[in-house]
Design a protein around this ligand. Structure first.
Ligand code: GLY
Length: 378
């Protein structure tokens, strides 16, 4: 089976690796692999904290993906010899006032109803877990099964793994999907070269709509949602695990790495294809992170970057065979691309090679956007 994948972010790379492992002939097309959100993201593996109520199928997908991470990275690290920075030290979510606490109580009920374990903590217990937390913290929730990964290590490891198993990467822009008869038959590059394919995967993130040749209505609108992210550095032990909170209604998170990096994110801005980093974005993140952990002002400032999250019309991923035979979609992962990488790679490789979308991914099939379809909550 000959598979051409448009987009070498974590979705394209993970699927390329899984397809190559099953013996498919895989070509990835991307002018600049890992230059999108995959290289900016903090890498939280926290299925609940990014969701709204009523998103149970997405929570199930996120939990399934987080649970696949240990096996996924063990296999990848063994194949490539590369470390992915995977951590399973939990998530601490804290509240600053009575309203925040009530929100966390609701979150706990929601999680428990779905069988996701969490522990409610008082102020002292929060500070025992994370001594650098502000004394004004009122209480929190600890999710022991959550964790994080370093996307800047994961993505190159996926690329190395895919290449090790025979996938090739073409560093050019995909101009269009070639359609013959009524099916996708390949990809035409921006220099006119045609790459023939039995199946094509569109995994181009927020640029999905810029790939030509696809009949209207086949790919739902994918919009860019900008996130600015800071990277700080510490030489002394600082935070032990991913820590987040809501400060005056806006959510901020800090993700520590073993090498002393602390990633602080993220703004949420609907400004089209704008990746400028702004003084206001940096100020907002530092202001909110300082409320959570006052000592961050002592850390070294290393970097600020902006990425574009790919948001579908319902902010849930779009996974599986499209209305154009031969074209499979892997777009719209929004705030959950890194978390959903293992389950997406497994689901899309099954869709590409077997023509079957696994059960857990079925609520995210592209046909939920078909005209006349009544949408169930995802
Ligand atoms: N998942 C984190 C973010 O989108 O900011």
């Amino acid at each position: 089976m000959n598979v051409v994948i448009i987009g070498a972010g974590v979705v394209g790379l993970g699927t390329a690796w899984r397809c190559a492992a099953r013996g498919a002939d895989v070509t990835l097309v991307d002018p600049a692999p890992v230059s999108g959100a995959s290289g900016v993201a903090a890498g939280m593996l926290t299925p609940v904290s990014e969701l709204d109520y009523g998103e149970e199928p997405l929570l199930r997908l996120g939990v399934a993906s987080r649970n696949r991470y240990p096996g996924f990275v063990a296999e990848l690290e063994e194949l490539t010899g590369l470390d992915t920075g995977h951590r399973t030290d939990g998530l601490l979510e804290v509240a600053f006032d009575a309203d925040d606490l009530r929100v966390l109580e609701d979150v706990k009920r929601f999680q428990e109803a779905l069988g996701v374990p969490t522990e409610a903590l008082d102020r002292r217990e929060c500070r025992r877990l994370e001594p650098m937390l502000a004394p004004t913290v009122r209480g929190g929730l600890y999710a022991p099964e959550d964790g994080s990964i370093d996307p800047r290590r994961l993505a190159p490891a996926l690329l190395a793994g895919a290449e090790r198993l025979g996938a090739r990467i073409v560093r050019r822009r995909a101009a269009e999907v070639v359609v013959r008869g009524d099916a996708a038959a390949g990809v035409r590059l921006d220099d006119g070269t045609e790459l023939p394919a039995d199946r094509v995967l569109l995994a181009a993130g927020p640029w999905a709509g810029e790939v030509g040749g696809i009949p209207p209505g086949v790919v739902p609108t994918v919009r860019p949602v900008k996130g600015q992210v800071l990277r700080l550095r510490t030489r002394v032990p600082f935070l032990r695990r991913t820590t987040r909170g809501v400060v005056r209604g806006s959510s901020v998170y800090l993700v520590p790495r073993a090498d002393g990096e602390i990633v602080v994110g993220a703004t949420q801005e609907e400004l089209g294809f704008d990746t400028r980093v702004t003084a206001g974005g940096v100020w907002e993140l530092l202001r909110d992170a300082r409320e959570l952990v006052p000592g961050i002002t002592e850390l070294d400032f290393a970097e600020v970057t902006a990425g574009l999250r790919p948001g579908s019309p319902d902010n849930a991923p779009v996974l599986g065979p499209s209305a154009l035979p031969g074209l499979v979609l892997g777009v719209g992962h929004y705030r959950n691309g890194i978390l959903l990488t293992p389950v997406t790679a497994d689901a899309l490789s099954a869709a590409l090679l077997d023509g079957e979308l696994p059960e857990v991914a079925r609520p995210f099939s592209p046909d939920r956007f078909s005209p006349g379809r009544v949408q169930e909550g995802v």
